[in-house]
Design a protein around this ligand. Sequence first.
Ligand code: IPD
Ligand code: CA
Ligand code: CA
Length: 276
Amino acid sequence: MTHIAAPETAELLDIARRIAREAGEQVIKSRVDAKISATKSSAVDIVTQNDLAAERHLRERIAQLRPDDGILGEEEDDVIGTSGVTWVLDPIDGTVNYLYGLPHYGVSVAAVAGTPTPALWKPIAGAVYDGSGVMWSAGAGMGATRDDAPLVRTVGPDLAGTLLATGFQYVPERRVRQGEIVTRMLAEVRDIRRMGAASIDLCLVAAGQLDAYYEHGLHAWDFAAGALIATEAGLRVSGIDGGPATERLLIVAAEDRWVALRDALVQAGADKTWDS
Ligand code: IPD
Ligand code: CA
Ligand code: CA
């Protein structure tokens, strides 16, 4: 495992915030011109020219500032680095909201150390610049902030009082299975929200504007930054087995509420969703 010293954490956090803001300002400014330029896993999984431009900007800046680092970004090929640090980029998380002019979207930038896969990496820094111009960020061991205000979230309501967020994949068969789980969870919690940008859902749990969140089938870039922000706020972010969150399933809740939420999700069938 690559060892990252504290000064490097601060440097990576500073870069994450700078480039997320630059790309975010560009994305907000160009929103009126957003048009679908391609579809991906299904007809509703879209990419706009602005997603591509934002990722290009992020990659150019990383190449200038940290030329030895790797890059794992949604819209272009992986870059293998030599420094042990990899940047994990979602140029627009919440592209459908973006296209429709809903402000729940953001640019998500994270720096991780070690093998660049969620089960193995060590998150170092993360920044999410959202469509309302809010900067959410965290550095490992440095805490989390919303703009410059610290985020601290160590307690949450019981399951029946929980405002629970989730999201859905773009492939219809998977959505149907996700819908079955959500139907069962509806009876257990205060209510459900599907806001449309995983990175920001995680930040909102860190801010106490949602109580908890889970989602199956995320990509690493959807949650790399947001999961660090939630963790640094004091929340527990884990997979169904209590180990690291992965693309298979991520569950976030206050530390003392996490097990009850996980158990309810298991009852609802969440442990079986991607088995076949
Ligand atoms: C999507 C959003 C959405 C989540 C999907 C993601 P995209 O990312 O985060 O909330 O439910 O699983 O793919 O496609 O807007 O970058
Ligand atoms: Ca995304
Ligand atoms: Ca995206």
